[in-house]
Design a protein around this ligand. Structure first.
Ligand SMILES: Nc1ncnc2c1ncn2[C@@H]1O[C@H](COP(=O)(O)OP(=O)(O)OP(=O)(O)O)[C@@H](O)[C@H]1O
Ligand SMILES: [Mg+2]
Length: 388
């Protein structure tokens, strides 16, 4: 005989079961049962609030709750959309199935050892139809009170758009560099062919004039001689500017000669001591590589001049396996090098950024090592053979 009270309890349980079934059906799951080695384990989201869920569902990012061994306890619709599956397929399954072997290996230790502040990593998300998209994963341990066991909260951000804009920006900056080089070349040629020639002619004529003035007209002769000297210096300066814009020695004699000429001229001008170690190259490097290394040297020396207060500069060009390596080291004041942020008190110059971009354009890498009061080193490595 069932009492009225027991009947009411049974009705309530039935209603609960129906509610659970409906929740599972629509994907709004509050509890997940995972088959484990020691029998089924139940993960319940006690008191999951409606408002909280609404927020998670309206996010433009994938949001997940996982066990530390990467079983998905909860996912929002956005994540299911990202991996082109339904919530029923996603929830209860492993997160690993959406990652390559390499990304799995990267994620595993992060899941096991999530610090309080959490961690981030970049992966390629593999959707159920096999398509791949770049994504950023950030994980954080969750407060245990929601679930019956330790869980991890994960936010998955689709990086497809961000990557596309990055590529666009990179292509744009490369176009800018190329047109800047073309323009520099044109101005250099103009300066060299027209202005320097003209100035040289004037120097010769002012020399002739100075010789013509008789020694008896002392002040005039002195003035003519000093005028000729000033003109000579002007011609040299214009020639230097033209060379900096587009060094003909780089085109004619190659990288090593151009590096030697530029560094020795720099050391003379700045009064710093210079140590040069330049490998002998038997063949010319690709024109892009030569120009890149030359421009990086110029930019680095400009920084030495403007910021370092150095007394000694070392410039080395080496062959390292399949790479050509250029290092520029100074013993100046140094700075706190950060990939992202500009050093304190600067408004974020373009020098280091453009060096990096130029190196990347020819498939190379650039490293900046700087220690306060010890000095700064720039280290560029470019593959000798350019990928087609
Ligand atoms: N050799 C160096 N010694 C000391 N500080 C340096 C050196 N090179 C760079 N820095 C520091 O790093 C900052 C960034 O250098 P970067 O070349 O990017 O910009 P900038 O020289 O300030 O401006 P720009 O190169 O655009 O004229 C500099 O402002 C300076 O504080
Ligand atoms: Mg600079």
């Amino acid at each position: 005989m069932i009492t009225a009270r027991e009947l009411a309890a049974l009705r309530a349980r039935l209603a609960e079961a129906e509610e659970t079934l409906r929740a599972i059906h629509t994907g709004n799951v509050d509890a997940v049962v995972i088959a484990g080695k020691k029998g089924p384990r139940v993960f319940t989201l006690q008191g999951a609030e409606h408002a909280y869920r609404m927020l998670i569902e309206s996010m433009n990012e994938g949001a997940l709750t996982l066990t530390t061994d990467e079983t998905i306890l909860y996912a929002n619709q956005r994540f299911a959309g990202m991996v082109k599956g339904s919530l029923e397929q996603v929830i209860g399954g492993s997160f690993r199935r959406y990652l390559s072997a390499a990304d799995r290996a990267e994620l595993r230790p992060l899941m096991k050892r999530t610090g309080k502040s959490g961690s981030k990593t970049q992966v390629l998300l593999i959707a159920s139809d096999g398509s791949k998209s770049p994504a950023q994963i950030s994980i954080r341990p969750m407060a245990k009170n929601g679930f019956s066991q330790k869980t991890i909260g994960m936010v998955v951000t689709d990086m497809t758009e961000a990557r596309r804009s990055e590529e666009l920006l990179r292509a744009l900056s490369q176009r800018l560099v190329q047109s800047q080089e073309a323009e520099r070349g044109r101005v250099a040629l103009e300066l060299h062919d027209n202005i320097t020639q003209l100035l040289c002619a004037i120097v010769v004529r002012s020399q002739a004039l100075a010789e013509k003035i008789s020694a008896r007209d002392g002040p005039s002769k002195k003035e003519a001689i000093s005028l000729r000297e000033m003109l000579g210096k002007t011609a040299e300066e214009v020639e230097r500017i033209s060379r900096d814009l587009r060094p003909s020695v780089l085109d004619q004699l190659g990288l090593v000669a151009a590096l030697r000429e530029t560094t020795t001229a720099f050391a003379d001008r700045m009064g710093v001591s210079l140590e040069l170690g330049l490998v002998r190259l038997t063949a010319r490097l690709p024109a892009d590589t030569e120009l890149t290394l030359f421009r990086i040297l110029q930019e680095a020396l400009r920084n030495v001049q403007e910021h370092s207060n150095a007394r000694h500069v070392i410039v080395r060009l080496k062959k390292q396996g399949a790479f050509i390596q250029l290092t520029i080291q100074d013993d100046g004041v140094g700075f706190k090098a950060s990939r992202r942020r500009a050093p304190r008190g600067t408004n974020g110059g373009l020098g280091l950024l453009s060096m990096r971009e130029r190196a990347a354009y020819v498939g190379g890498t650039l490293e900046v090592k700087s220690v306060r009061r010890v000095g700064t080193g720039i280290d560029v490595r470019i593959p000798l053979v350019q990928p087609a």
